[in-house]
Design a protein around this ligand. Structure first.
Ligand code: PFF
Length: 451
């Protein structure tokens, strides 16, 4: 398409923040964060995660934007061109390629969960959970997982919606809708919080989320927290490099990163406070895994006044939040096919979507027909999740921060970030040492822990 030459730019910093928040806030915050907290022992995970976000996620987010803004192209070309402009190897393009591949894999299982959320819109909307106890609600979830047909239908619908939006390229529409819908999601989370305060379990949830029991700390928790920091900020997938490429010079990267990170974290913590009180009051297992929000929230919606409406709206908004993320995951693969093959945009979208869809079907079968099939103890779904969150994303992000902290000329970065001498020293310590060494330490400790 011709608009690749006259590279578009974000119209306002608000529009950019919104798009970046739209990509960052998604299933990772509302579905994944709470269940990871539950699986990894509560507050120890939360605190580790907050450290990872501040000391590793923040500088890498800034680094990815900086590379994209300098390169003004897709992630592969941006890395290549920025490296070449400073006389470094064009092989840095591989990092962009690894990112695109990571996003491709993430979307396959992301779409399966987006499908669950869509399915729950219809289930709650039809009043299926009204007056049901926790066992009945859990049985509905188990029945969904046991049915390859149901999972495939909803995965297909979600993937088709993603493909249509990307294919048509209605970015303007999505941006406008996000302006209304994301705040609405925040409001509904507040309604659930209010319900929880009235119905008990709130204090217990707060201490579960914020009072760490250090005896639960181990290398697995560290790696999970690091991986999630990448996942939730959409790092290590070329997405933020691509977004940066539409960014004008006038943007303040540090301030924008701070805003995006704060909003992303607020959504995750609010989701935790919406979910855990219900878990405790109903005697459910916080370590229930990926089904956590699907077995906890419907109980609350089934018993609160207006719960059918609020619940339907809630799962609709989660689906929407997931769509603003999934389109950002599909775009780089489509752009890559469009630029590097003879396929046009429509065909590129169809080809990428079909392959991702197929991988998603393999992932969803691991909940039923293929449940016996495991590789190193993981079904296909877990394997794709772990491969990306725990390995591909952190390693790609590590390469990005090494590129910015060590490979590129530092003077121009100081000027570009508009930093005072003091702030620049702090940045250098974080970007050159803390962030990369942090990622490496987590990796090594997890390898030792696994041995
Ligand atoms: N950050 C999104 C979430 O937390 O749900 C997921 C995601 C979107 C990951 C886009 C990666 C990405 F490129």
């Amino acid at each position: 398409m011709s608009n690749k030459q006259d590279h578009a730019q974000w119209s306002s910093s608000f529009g950019f923040v919104l798009a970046a928040v739209g990509s960052a806030v998604g299933l990772g915050n509302i579905w994944k964060f709470p269940y990871m907290v539950g699986e990894s022992g509560g507050a120890v995970f939360v605190i580790t995660y907050l450290f990872c976000i501040a000391l590793i996620g923040f500088p890498i987010l800034v680094a990815e934007w900086l590379i994209g803004r300098r390169g003004q192209k897709n992630p592969i070309n941006s890395f290549e061109d920025v490296a070449a402009s400073e006389g470094k190897s064009r092989a840095w393009g591989i990092v962009g390629g690894a990112g695109i591949l990571g996003g491709f894999i993430v979307l396959s299982f992301y779409s399966v969960i987006g499908g669950w959320a869509l399915n729950y819109v219809t289930k709650i909307g039809s009043g299926s959970f009204v007056g049901q106890n926790s066992d009945a609600v859990a049985a509905v979830f188990d029945a969904m997982l046991a049915s390859p047909g149901t999972l495939t239908i909803w995965h297909t619908v979600f993937m088709a919606l993603t493909a249509i939006i990307v294919g048509v390229g209605v970015a303007g529409g999505i941006e406008k809708a996000a302006k209304v819908l994301m705040p609405l999601l925040g409001v509904i989370l507040l309604v659930i919080l209010g319900y929880n305060i009235l119905n008990g379990g709130f204090g217990q949830a707060v201490s579960y989320l914020f009072t760490p029991d250090m005896s639960k700390m181990n290398s697995g928790v560290l790696l999970a927290a690091l991986g999630h920091a990448f996942f939730t900020l959409s790092l290590g997938m070329g997405i933020m490099v691509a977004y940066g490429s539409y960014m004008g010079r006038e943007f303040n990267l540090l301030k924008t990163a701070r805003t995006v990170i704060i909003l992303d974290t607020v959504f995750a913590l609010a989701a935790g406070l919406a979910i855990f009180p219900i878990i405790f009051v109903n005697g459910l297992d916080p370590a229930a895994g990926p089904g956590l929000i699907f077995v906890s929230l419907p109980i609350a919606f089934g018993s609160m006044t207006g719960g059918t409406l609020i619940g339907t709206l809630f799962f609709l908004l989660i689906t929407f939040a997931a769509l603003t993320s999934s389109i950002s995951l599909l775009e780089p693969s489509v752009e890559f096919l469009e630029e590097r093959t003879s396929l046009n945009r429509t065909m590129s979208t169809i080809v990428a979507s079909v392959v991702i869809w197929l991988l998603g079907v393999a992932a969803l079968l691991s909940f039923n027909l293929w449940s016996e099939f495991t590789i190193m103890g993981n079904g296909v779904f877990d394997l794709l999740d772990k491969l990306t969150s725990k390995f591909m994303l952190p390693l790609t992000g590590l390469a990005a921060i090494i590129f910015v902290g060590w490979v590129l000329a530092q003077d121009s970065i100081k000027a570009e970030l508009g930093m005072s001498d003091g702030a620049w020293k702090a940045w250098q310590i974080v970007a050159k040492f803390i962030a990369p060494i942090g990622v490496v330490i987590v990796f090594i400790s997890s390898l030792i822990g696994a041995a």
